[in-house]
Design a protein around this ligand. Structure first.
Ligand code: ADP
Ligand code: MG
Length: 626
């Protein structure tokens, strides 16, 4: 319990004691000392509600009249004025008890969400000349070596230099099976060392590390408000003054028109005021979104704001990039058809590709290094250029080498025949003369077909695949995955055009999602309603460019993200309907004189607490399938 909550609790208890004393006083000597009784109730009133009165006064000075403090102040002061002393003091006291419970519940929920997302490492043991020292992660520089013992969180990104262990990535990816790692493997901050002692060479400073990036993102997520949250603030702005006006009419009109008893109608109007605070909505809705964001991040889905969480639930068209998203982006080199030497073709292609981060480039470099046993010698390369959708060009040992697709060869005036092969073909030429081609094949991700099926099951109208790859390869992948709409051989600019056309085709309420690997997808990611990047863990570019980041390489998590968003929104809807419903009911009862001010306070607080508890369910996303 926080200090503030404790202090409030003490004040409430004092108020309770004073209130009990006042009741006793009224029951025993009330007849003889009416002023003494009034003073006793006023004491209980001021002790328990002093801060409410103060806040109300402050807000009036600031011009924000219609808040709950103001409403409670008028309602209770009004009760004193019509002679209902016990009522006035009790309602204030009870209101404070309720407020306290609300604050406590909100506090607990926030805490449990925070704990769940708490991947922040406390310290790092760094190996310095004087021996191992424990420092804060911020103090460790790239290049230094750190030791991580079993049970500790990896504090910084780096490469294992010594030791083997299993890493628990649960908090980052939602994956419960630990990953085995050993010397030379990359490790990511935020994961937990399970079994062995390891020594890590740090590659990034703390501010640049994965854990910092993720924390920053999670902390900022709350500031992007959803449409529902905006709606509630607008609603509160209209609702409260409306109820106040109704209360005023209720107090004045019936006695004037039908000649009722003034104090009866004023009392009813005061009860009316008590109900008019939209607390339950104002508190529970942001909390539900917060819970949904927390639950998603527990499953390895980072959503950058409540607005995106809300949009996900309206997904109508899902557009997916092929390479690296539906496929592994891990190309195995198959046939090498060289005009002269296969070795030279592979070597020059790998060198030309060494400046690009494209999955094709990474795979070709790896294939060269594995087959030749040599590393790429960067000093042989003097110039490098990456042409998205075509290929690459570079100057190697003073020779102009180009590698890429058939279109790339044509653009450069290279004379060659299109290869009749299954798979992706990379052609290469050196100083204008054709060297030959390599056939590379990508593998479809294990859960890609399931992902497409789940998207359709979740009510997505259309799943579309866009790719820069050849028509044949694209069709083969699409057939295997059950995707009917495929657009192939696209340049990055064409992808944007197709996106725009698809945007026109969707309904006004629906949303278009683009899923890519964050690699040269930035323009399309930006153009879509929601940009999702896959395989975010370890890729800064993806984390930055997208609205939603899937930490693992599982496309099926897209359906899961949609399921989480739908559930969060249904909780929001339940809370909205429930809270407004109960309030309207109490308002009607109060107007008819069937609800006392007590019932009104109870209704208000009770609804808020139930709504908060319901909001907490958004956090629990276990076993939710798309
Ligand atoms: P995708 O849409 O499948 O992600 P890209 O737009 O990245 O594909 O690339 C489209 C095509 O351009 C690839 O299939 C390949 O033929 C060619 N290409 C792009 N970059 C390279 C590269 N670095 N090396 C060789 N070919 C490339
Ligand atoms: Mg791509």
């Amino acid at each position: 319990m926080t200090k503030k909550l404790k202090k409030r609790l003490r004040r409430i208890l004092c108020g309770l004691v004073l209130f009990a004393a006042a009741l006793v006083l009224e029951g025993t000597v009330g007849e003889r000392y009416p002023n003494g009784v009034l003073l006793a109730f006023l004491a209980a009133f001021f002790v328990s509600g002093g801060d409410v009165l103060k806040k109300a006064a402050m807000n009036i000075i600031r011009g924000q009249v219609f808040d709950e403090n103001f409403l409670m102040t008028i309602a209770t002061v009004g009760a004193f004025l019509v002679g209902e002393y016990p009522e006035g003091a009790a309602v204030m006291l009870f209101y404070q008890v309720g407020e306290w419970f609300q604050a406590y519940a909100v506090n607990q929920s926030r805490k449990s969400i925070r704990e769940l997302m708490d991947i922040r490492p406390d310290s790092a043991i760094v190996l310095r000349d004087a021996g191992p020292v424990r420092v804060t992660p911020e103090e460790v520089r790239p290049g230094e070596r750190i030791v991580v013992k079993p049970g500790e969180r990896i504090p910084l990104d780096g490469v294992i230099e010594k030791g083997t262990t299993a890493l628990d990535m649960m908090a980052l990816t939602g994956e419960s099976l630990p990953r085995e790692v050993g010397e030379g493997d990359d490790v990511i901050s935020g994961s937990v060392n399970v079994s062995g002692v390891i020594e890590i060479r740090v590659t990034k400073e703390f501010g640049e590390s994965t854990v910092s990036k993720i924390l920053e993102l999670v902390e900022n997520a709350g500031s992007r408000k959803s449409e529902s949250e905006h709606f509630i603030s607008r609603f509160a702005r209209v609702y409260t003054p409306t109820v106040v006006v109704l209360a005023a009419l209720l107090a004045v009109l019936p006695p004037l028109l039908v000649g009722g008893n003034w104090s009866t109608w004023i009392y009813r109007a005061l009860s009316f005021l008590v109900v008019s605070c939209p607390c339950a909505l104002v508190i529970s809705i942001p909390l539900s979104f917060f819970g949904g964001l927390g639950g998603a991040s527990k499953s390895g889905i980072l959503i950058k704001g409540s607005n995106y969480l809300e949009s996900l639930s309206k997904a109508e068209i899902v557009v997916m990039d092929k390479t690296g998203t539906l496929t592994k982006g891990n190309f195995a080199v198959g046939r090498i058809a060289a005009v002269t030497s296969k070795e030279r073709l592979l070597e020059l292609t790998a060198y030309a590709e060494s400046g690009s981060n494209h999955p094709i480039s990474l795979s070709l470099r790896q294939a060269y290094e594995e087959r030749s046993g040599k590393k790429i010698d960067k000093s042989r390369i003097t110039q490098m250029e990456d042409m998205a959708g075509f290929g690459v060009s570079a100057v190697i040992d003073g020779q102009q080498v180009i590698a890429g697709n058939f279109r790339h060869m044509q653009q450069n005036g290279i004379c060659c025949e299109p290869a009749q092969e299954v798979g992706t073909v990379v052609y290469a030429a050196c100083d204008g003369s054709y060297l030959g081609y390599l056939v590379i094949a990508d593998e479809i991700r294990a859960d890609a077909a399931e992902a497409v099926r789940k998207l359709y099951a979740a009510g997505v109208r259309d799943v579309v695949m866009l790719t820069g790859d050849r028509e044949e390869t694209a069709q083969a992948v699409a057939r295997e995955l059950g995707i009917s709409h495929v657009y192939a051989q696209l340049l990055p600019g064409d992808k944007v055009d197709h996106m725009e056309a698809l945007m026109q085709k969707k309904s006004a309420a629906g949303r278009l999602i683009f899923v890519g690997d964050g690699m040269n997808d930035a323009p399309v990611l930006a153009r879509s309603d929601i940009g999702i990047a896959m395989g975010g863990l370890g890729s800064d570019a993806a984390i930055e460019a997208a609205d939603v980041v899937i930490m693992t390489d599982e496309p099926s998590k897209i359906a899961k993200a949609i399921a989480i968003s739908r559930r969060t929104l249904s909780i929001v809807k339940q809370n909205t309907i429930f809270a407004i419903g109960v309030k309207i009911l109490i308002l009607i009862l109060a107007a008819c004189g069937m609800a006392s001010m007590w019932a009104a306070v109870f209704g208000d607080v009770g609804v808020a607490v139930i709504a908060i508890l319901n909001a907490m369910r958004a956090l629990n996303v276990k076993g939710q399938e798309g």
